[in-house]
Design a protein around this ligand. Sequence first.
Ligand code: ZN
Length: 346
Amino acid sequence: MTEEQYLKAIEARDKSFDGKFYYGVITTGVYCKPSCPSRPALRENMRFFETVDQAERQSLRPCKKCNPRDVNPLISIAGYIEDHADEKITLDKLGEISNLSPHHIQRKFKKSYGVSPKEYQNGLRLKNFKSALKDGDDISGAIYEAGYGSSSRIYEQIDGRIGMTPAAYRAGGKGEEISYAIRKCALGLIIMAATDRGVCLIHFGDREAELKARLSEEYPHATFNETEPSSELSNWIDALNDHISNGAEKPDIPLHLNGTAFQIRVWRFLMSVKEGEVLSYKEQATRMGKPKAVRAVASANARNNIGVLIPCHRILRGDGSLGGYRWGIERKRALIESEKSLSKLA
Ligand SMILES: [Zn+2]
């Protein structure tokens, strides 16, 4: 991660970065997790750490407000594996991140995730391999992208397991209560759905039944309730529609991102692409510091569940053609064109 990304996560008090890094404040002598509710410190007094141990080696104490030691070590481990699925990962490294002994890691990880860390990584690699293949890579390219050193063993592993999804990747909204509303908007019908943490889904379509089906496909284990017309969610839809059709300012709506660490990184990058700006998948991968991961980046874009607010429509093919769009190419064209003309006016 870059310093800018650290600062952004801290500013947003973004829980999804908890366990991924810590920051210390040298003037107060404490260190925090990114979501800490305390007042932000001056940049020059902040230091960043990957592990709790690194922070404590600098004689910093854990903050009492946010309890940085309290991050579930298994989540840190799973996040690390997702971020480094294409690399060699040692148990020692996982021990360093989580402060657990290798023996404990094996046992506890298996208990929570149903597989060992190694199997978890293999599952992620297979998934990356599969999506690279689906995106049109040839086999050797896909093998490379997924981080397999040589092509020999992959064929044994593919057998019967290629559809595996790691348990932690998406629990399908288990135990989650999701409110939603469906309205007409400038792009046809819109469904917006939210958990108590923020908006988790914005899709577009032509029929109500189709949109409802998509919501329950994405969150098969959640419970749903349709909200009242006067609800907050309803106001958010109005604000978003005003943004899409009248060029009103993009509403500041809290988002609840569900995806792998890599997907979330891709989506966060998309949110940094300005209105009126477009770039290619390749430029996106390069700017994210992953120039070789064009396919993986493109498929994470395609998995975006929060249309418009995560502006995946601003990414085009290398030749400038529109490429794909989850909600139809016409909607992509309309969005790009209206943003272009608005940014010219501004
Ligand atoms: Zn704190």
